[in-house]
Write a new protein. Sequence first.
Length: 499
Amino acid sequence: MIQKLKKNKKAVLILLVVVFLIVMLAFLYFNFFIKPNLQKSDYSKLTWTEAFDKLHHRISKEYAFTTWKGIDWEKHYDEYGAMIRTAQEKNDFNDYYIALRNYLHGLPDGHVGCTNLRNIDKQYIGGGYGLSVAKLDDASIITTWVDESGPAWESGIRTGAQLLQWNGLDAREAITAVSTVFTNNSATQADLELKQTQYIVRAPIGTEVIVSFINEGETKPQEAFLTAYDDNNKSLKKNYPDAVVSDRLRDAILEIENPNPMPEAMIEKRNLPGGISYIRIWGEFDADLRQTGKAPSTLELFRQAVEEAIESQSSGIILDLRNNMGGLDEMAAAMLGSFYPAKTFYEYQNAYNQKTGKREILTADPKTGAQALSINPAKHCYKGRIIALINTKCISSGEGIAMGIRNLPNGDTLGFYGTNGSFGLSGPEALMPGNIIVRWPSGQSLDENKMIQLDSREGVGGVAPSIRIPMNAENAIRIANGQDVELEEAIRALMSQSN
């Protein structure tokens, strides 16, 4: 029987209380569609090595991009299976957890992941040094924020300083060596490097480092001896995109404290200077974020926002897809119908059939038997200029919307970086010892030629910005200060065209 994923990155959510919201959105975050007999495996009662062997057998058989990404499963098993066995022999749960995460991180796919155990994570990345850094387009590393009450400031490091060495290594080499095992998988090289710059300044509390730097306007290098302290993850909140774009929904799922308010709806809208309409899409699914007892239609909210832009004769629409969590591809295609005047191909869904062990293209329209999911024009179609804001946290069906906008003659994508590069069909999961849930994609999204689309290969994938903003020192520091550079640039681009 084919796993009827339909790329169902989540069904209608009716959430009555915050706790239930978090539980349901946790499923959505991993694009998980429940099929108890087909999708879920329970290995939690087995030994660590037995559970790992079972997991490896299943994931190596079902993973959607083995050939596409060049995964050598035998080599992968040998390397990480040995780590699991060593952890079992030592009865060291931390080592088992980290080995499992390393195994999964060997698959460069944003749809591959497992439960974070925050009490363990904090032991390894709970400390900061009172600064954040950014890698610029010219490959230099600078400080973008320095806490005036932290050790970096006390040691003389200031915002805008160029980082030369980190613990004896060239700063660029040091960043390349940073492990991102405690955060989400990176599908693209751009996303990996972004995370490495975020986590080079994270370490176990009490860890000491020697930093060589040159402050802005100075010529003589200095050295600083820094000790990591519990900063409540403050440095991570000063990086791109977290310093600018709220990740409240995702943080609620991961049980991360976030002072920002929960969005009131999956669609947010407002009017901007110059007659520009702003529409944010948090995800392509329905959710009762106001806890009214009924989930409003996200598609209808979106269509209403577009219709208002048409009625007001908007000079342009800014479609904010940053941090978009994904959802239903059917909804993504329907949303794009508000911009497409003619029926247009969106994708084929190539799902894994557990009975045959092969992938088969699903029927998108049971009434007509059509296999292709299409973009069908909506009743009201906006024909003006559209700019979609994108970043590496725009994942899954959110990337599909970005793809659709970029393919329009009147559409652009804008950002510092492209989207996540993870567009597969998810669903399978396994419960491992320690109450760790592992998830992975088993199906593919195919283009009109039935070739894999958007999913990354060799570090490249997703939707690239057609208008790319340079990551220079000025912009990096503005971001750390909370300025929404991408939104400002989008407004400027639309206003310059209308003048």
